[in-house]
Structure formats: C-alpha cells, structure tokens
Design a protein around this ligand. Structure first.
Ligand code: NAP
Ligand code: MG
Length: 468
C-alpha cells in the first residue's frame, strides 16, 4: 500500500447520522482508503456526540474549517421533538449546518450532478446550473404582526432609532383607512401608535398571535379594498368588511450582502462560469436596489479584471427576467439569488435536473474556506430498514462528490496533482457506472437508458471501483 497518494494538510471530516453515516464509512473503506493515505481531522457530528458535548463538537468542527480551509460533511439530523425523544436529547440543538454557516459566514452553492441517461426536464439544459443562495436575513429573520380585533385599526410604521435617540419614521400602512371612510383616517395625528396605555395593550391579544377568526367573511376576500363602498354605509356602523391585516419587518446588513457578493464572485472564478444576480429592484427601490449596488461595486472594484482574464461575465437582471432566461439557457452558469428566491429556485432546479440525491452542495466563506456536503438528508427510512438487517439501495453519489470536491480543493491548495487527478477519476468512474446502466433504485426509476440494473449501495460502490 506504499503507493497510496499522500496528503500534506488534513481535511476536516464531519461525520453524521443514520444512513449517510453508514455510507460514509463504506465510501472511505471501499473508494478512498485503498488509494489515499487519508489525512483528516475527525469530528463526530452524529447526534449522540453532539448531545454528549452540548453541541460544542459542531462549533469545534466549524473552527477547524476556518483553520484548515477545507471540510467534508456527512448529512446530520436537525433535531425536532420526535428526534429529542428518539435520542433522549438534553436539548433541541440548532441545525449543524446553520451553526457552521453562521461561524463561517458563508454562501451555499448547490450544483446538480449531471449524468448520461438522466435527462433534465428542460431539454435545452446541458450543463449544470448552480444556485447561490444568500443564507442570511430577509423573511428568514422577519418580525411579523397580525393585526385583528382590537388592533385592526392600527397605524404601522417603520421606526429607526439612533443611539442618540433621534428617530426616523416611515408609514408602512394605516389599517384604519381600510375600515373607515377615507376622509376620517386622513385627519388623524401621525406617528402615535405607541402612545396607547399599557393596560389596553395587555387586554388585547398578544400582538404576535393571529386572532383566530377575525370575521365571518369568506377568507378569499382581501381586507384592503373597501374603497368601493359608499362612505355613508360605513360611517354609521362598524365595518362589515374584514378589517385589519398582517405586517412584516425584514432586514439585511451591508456586511452580509457584501460577503455574499464576494463568495459568488470567488466561486464563479473557481468554476470559470458566468455569474448572474437577480432581484426586484424596480419594485424594491431601496432594499433590493442596495443588493444590486453592492454587487456592482464589488464587481468593479475587486473582480472585473479577473473575470475579463478568465473570459467570464457578471451581470444583473430582474428576477422574472432571470427565470425566463434560465429556462431557455443551456446551463453552465451560477445564479446568485436572494434568500427566498434561492430557497424556492434550488428545489425547482434540483427537481428539474432529475433528483435531489444527485445534488451537491458547498458552503464557501468570504475567507475562502470550503465545506462540501450532499444536499440531501440522512435518508431516515432507508436507515431503519438497514437497522433491521436489510440491504438498501441508497444513492451515495452526492456524498461521494462531497469527498471528491474536498479532496480536489485540498489538492489544489497543496499542489498535489495526484490527489486532484484521483478526485476527478473517482467522479468520472461514478458517472461511468451510472451511464453503463448500473445504478441505485432512485435513479432506475428516472433513467432513460434501455438496459439498466438496480443495485444495492455496496454493490454499486464495488462497480465504481471496477471502473476506477
Ligand atoms: P432526506 O434524508 O433527504 O430524504 C427524503 C427522501 O428523499 C428519502 O426518504 C428518500 O426517499 C429520498 N432520498 C434522499 N436522499 C436519497 C438518497 N441519497 N438515495 C435515495 N433516496 C434519497 O430528507 P428528510 O427525510 O426530510 O430528512 C431526514 C433527516 O435528514 C432529518 O432528520 C433532517 O433533519 C436531516 N437533513 C439533513 C440535511 C443536512 O445535513 N444537510 C439536509 C436535509 C435534511 P424514499 O424514502 O422514498 O426512498
Ligand atoms: Mg427549500
């Protein structure tokens, strides 16, 4: 075994849970250890170990990634109440991915793994489309209020208070204007929504809670459109239309948007692919416009020259235009999206390419640290079968690609061409295996190949070895 590939710097290895933990071991035994003197700094992010260390192990693993620069992570359970019982957990720990993301301040890039015989639903797509999702803020850190019953006539404002007490206010919406004739609310003094006595506040519903059934009106009717009603009809009696409504406050920060922009541009350079960024700045003239401007400034000041040299492009376009272009495209670019757009579009793009089990994911920090993983979860149902001693046909491809991504990155950083070559060969052998008609059950169902055979996970891994 002396001719195994040597490594110089360890990769941060984050072990995980359930079926993916089992596959993790197999990948190392069957595909990696025979060829590489694997050097890793091992962190067990399995739920038991997270519980034993009160989740300190997750933080240590993220810090190790900051130090060493390259990590590979197995899928992990994000505990909920059922998992808490199942594993007798002391607490409901945060999602490890969220913890790692907040420590590395990263952006998540998801790229489908394309293989012969699995055709995208969009016939023009020939190369992968990578979605870069901004993973901070917007509706994912929103403050929301439901304003019904005693609150239905609220006037809602945005208030910014400086440290010296100076205030800036902007009207969001005056709900009084929806249940009263227009003239009545217009004369009201502005900016006094907080002047109400505390007692009255306490007597009403907690502000954050929707007040169950505000009216007996059909749910389909919008609350904000009483304008057509004759004033006289409303003036004498309480509003007959559903009144009140909902509000939401969202934010983002210069720091987060800037590091998102840099991560996207860095990633485009690494992959040598064009970068698109989309938002809705025609409607959101301050919020989305700021995203657009930050991207433009960082591109001009830091990346334009390098993009020109690499022969790649950056451009901004409206989200609706982007959607239309994506569908008509051949693929082969990176699509940077705001948080919600990325949440929705990454699932759409993954499904349209064929399978969630064929989606790889990498977290890239502004400091250039990379953490590779599969986009899918721990494949719980398969694990319970495996625990009963049954063989499963769980697709290991995205987990294999997490390893090859990490090995190739490590190899590039350390100048180890044999390690980079091995990673590329392993990816090619994996794709060749599937293209030859040998695949796991999930792919069998969607492959267009005429002659194909479903294999269990271990047999599938053995055929990859034969193709290496
Ligand atoms: P999941 O593990 O991705 O599985 C959802 C379903 O998709 C599976 O039941 C399976 O369908 C299919 N599937 C996913 N990956 C597959 C693969 N490699 N091979 C074959 N089929 C595959 O998602 P989940 O069931 O919602 O979540 C399970 C656990 O994973 C949860 O505890 C969750 O917290 C965790 N999770 C972790 C991550 C992460 O660490 N990044 C991400 C998502 C979820 P069939 O059962 O029909 O075969
Ligand atoms: Mg989603």
């Amino acid at each position: 075994m002396s001719d195994r590939i040597r490594m110089t710097t360890p990769i941060v290895e984050m072990d995980g849970d359930e079926m993916t933990r089992v596959i993790w071991q197999w990948i190392k035994e069957i595909l990696l250890n025979p060829y590489i003197e694997l050097k890793t700094e091992y962190y067990d992010l399995g739920l038991n170990e997270r519980d034993k260390t009160a989740d300190a192990v997750t933080i240590k693993a993220a810090e190790a990634t900051k130090r060493l620069g390259v990590a590979v992570k197995c899928a992990t359970i994000t505990p909920n109440q059922e998992r808490q019982q199942e594993y007798q957990l002391a607490a409901l720990y945060d999602s490890p991915n969220a913890t790692i993301r907040s420590i590395l301040d990263g952006t998540v890039f998801r790229t489908p793994i394309i293989v012969a015989g699995i055709k995208p639903f969009i016939p023009t797509w020939q190369r992968p489309i990578t979605i870069a999702r901004h993973a901070y803020g917007d509706i994912y850190k929103a403050t929301e209020l439901a304003l019904y019953e005693q609150w239905q006539d609220s006037r809602v404002e945005l208030v910014a208070t400086r440290p010296d007490g100076q205030e800036q206010r902007q009207l969001v919406f005056d709900f009084a204007s929806t249940s009263k004739p227009a003239g009545e609310s217009a004369g009201e003094p502005a900016g006094k929504p907080t002047g109400e006595p505390a007692g009255e506040l306490a007597a009403s519903k907690p502000a954050g809670e929707p007040a169950g059934e505000p009216t007996g009106e059909p749910a389909g009717e919008p609350a904000g459109e009483p304008a057509g009603e004759p004033a006289g009809k409303l003036a004498g009696k309480p509003a007959s239309k559903p009144a009140g409504g909902i509000v939401q406050g969202i934010h983002n920060t210069e720091a987060s948007i800037s590091s998102f922009a840099r991560a996207c541009m860095q990633f485009a350079l690494t992959r040598q692919e064009d970068l698109w960024f989309s938002a809705k700045d025609t409607i959101s003239k301050t919020y989305d416009r700021r995203f657009r401007d930050i991207f433009a400034a960082i591109y001009q000041n830091e990346y334009q020259e390098r993009f020109n040299k690499a022969g790649i492009e950056y451009y901004y376009t409206l989200i609706d235009d982007a959607v239309a272009r994506v569908i008509r495209s051949e693929g082969g670019f990176i699509w940077a999206t705001k948080n919600y757009d990325g949440d929705v579009m990454s699932d759409l793009v993954a499904s349209a390419f064929g399978s969630l089990a064929m989606m790889s994911s990498v977290l890239v920090s502004p400091g250039g640290q990379y953490e590779f993983e599969a986009a899918h979860g721990t494949v719980q149902r398969h694990f319970y079968r495996w625990q009963q001693g049954l063989k499963t046909s769980t697709n290991p491809v995205a987990t294999i690609f997490a390893w090859t991504g990490a090995l190739a990155r490590r190899g590039e950083l350390d100048g180890l061409t044999d390690l980079v070559d091995f990673a590329q060969n392993l990816e090619a052998a994996t794709l060749k295996t599937i293209a030859s008609g040998k695949m796991t059950a999930d792919l069998l169902a969607i492959s267009s190949l005429e002659s194909k055979q479903g294999l269990n996970t271990e047999d599938f891994l053995q055929v990859i070895v034969e193709n290496l």
